[in-house]
Design a binder for this molecule. Structure first.
Ligand code: MRU
Length: 354
């Protein structure tokens, strides 16, 4: 059992050791219903990632790793043949679920390496080794988030209003969040902050998830529509912006939820800091912005709100899930290893040498 220096009030994904399955909160049903789902079936878990029952870069990395561990446990229990081959097929399936967040590939690569290093083990021992590795990924994520919160809270002055976009909270990680870790630690330290949360169309992660998490903690939060962000910043209602990231490239480009770029532009124009909070598992020093795949999702998500049609069904709609924020719009990147300032290309590299 791990104990942390702050309360863990919400968990997005966890391991159920008695059934050797991975469990998660189906975020599609929040904030109206807290449905918990458990599985050891990689096809079911891949569907949960694709359909965004579980979402957020660190959370999808963690659930993918736990999916491999749960499947290995299931196969060991069934005395299945060709276990390693089946595990690699499951990894390939999970790999293809969502293309943008780096954490997914980072976590699955770790599981692949673990399988490769465990060639002499029997099926039960292999499953145990994979459970151990997946739990290490999960616990490292929580510990990283707490450190991000501690570094980030130093940048928040007493009484500040923080604007955040999408949900980079507990529900996007194993627990505690990234951007929300900064908010949480500032709050726990008694800084009397306030939060402005964007609703985050089309899937409303801000309105449904960020608001739910912050209100659960009693942190004051005001909801705005996405298109209000520019005016709210221009009016002087925001002291700083803190968002998460799905991928940070070696040049310091930040790939995050669609709408992030517009907020970064408004922050720059109005001279307020724009911070990105992300663990080093989101930073890919090998990827250049040219290699990044921006996920395009089903246009029906744009044409509906909570499943209800809001326009003519046959209209054309575009549904980019993420956008790209240029390094010069980013004040600093808050990681578990410290706060990184420009020039990012140089300083991100140094972070991995520490
Ligand atoms: O499409 P989503 O909901 O998975 O997108 C989530 C985001 O863009 C988050 O800001 C990002 O993953 C960071 S979460 C700590």
């Amino acid at each position: 059992m791990h104990s942390y220096s702050y309360p863990i009030t919400v968990k997005a994904v966890w391991w159920d050791d008695s059934s050797r399955r991975v469990c998660w909160i189906n975020t599609l049903k929040l904030p109206f219903e807290e449905e918990v789902v458990c599985s050891n079936d990689p096809v079911r878990i891949a569907k949960a990632i694709i359909e965004m029952e579980v979402r957020g870069a660190p959370a999808i990395g963690v659930i993918a790793a736990l999916a491999v561990a749960a499947y290995a446990s299931k196969l060991a229990g069934e005395n299945a043949a060709n276990i390693q081959e089946k595990l690699h097929e499951a990894i390939d399936l999970l790999w293809r679920t969502r293309p943008t967040a780096y954490n997914l590939f980072w976590a699955l690569e770790r599981m692949r390496r673990k399988i490769a290093s465990a060639s002499g083990l029997n099926p039960r021992e292999l499953a145990d080794a994979l459970v151990e590795e997946a739990l290490r990924i999960l616990n490292e994520d929580i510990e990283a988030n707490i450190k991000i919160g501690e570094y980030g809270a130093e940048l928040v002055r007493e009484g500040a209003t923080i604007l955040t976009h999408c949900n980079a909270g507990a529900l996007a990680t194993s627990a505690f969040g990234t951007a929300e870790a900064v908010i949480r630690v500032a709050w726990y330290k008694g800084k009397k902050i306030k939060v402005i949360a964007t609703e985050t169309r089309p899937l409303l992660q801000g309105a449904r998830l960020t608001v739910w998490e912050l209100m659960k903690e009693g942190i004051p939060v005001t909801l705005i529509t996405d298109n209000m962000a520019g005016y709210v910043i221009r009016r002087g209602l925001v002291d700083l912006v803190v968002v998460g990231a799905d991928r940070i490239t070696r040049e310091g480009f930040v790939v995050n939820k669609i709408g992030t770029y517009m907020i970064a532009l408004a922050a720059k124009r109005n001279n307020i800091p724009f911070y990105v909070a992300a663990p080093t598992s989101t930073i890919d020093l090998n990827s250049s912005i040219r290699d990044v795949i921006i996920e395009e999702r089903n246009p029906m998500e744009v044409k509906t709100v909570m499943g209800r049609l809001i326009t003519l069904e046959n209209v054309n709609a575009l549904n980019y899930a993420f956008d790209i924020t240029d390094p010069d719009l980013v004040t600093a990147i808050i990681t578990e290893k410290g706060v990184v300032y420009p020039p990012f290309e140089e300083n991100l590299k140094k972070l991995f040498e520490r």
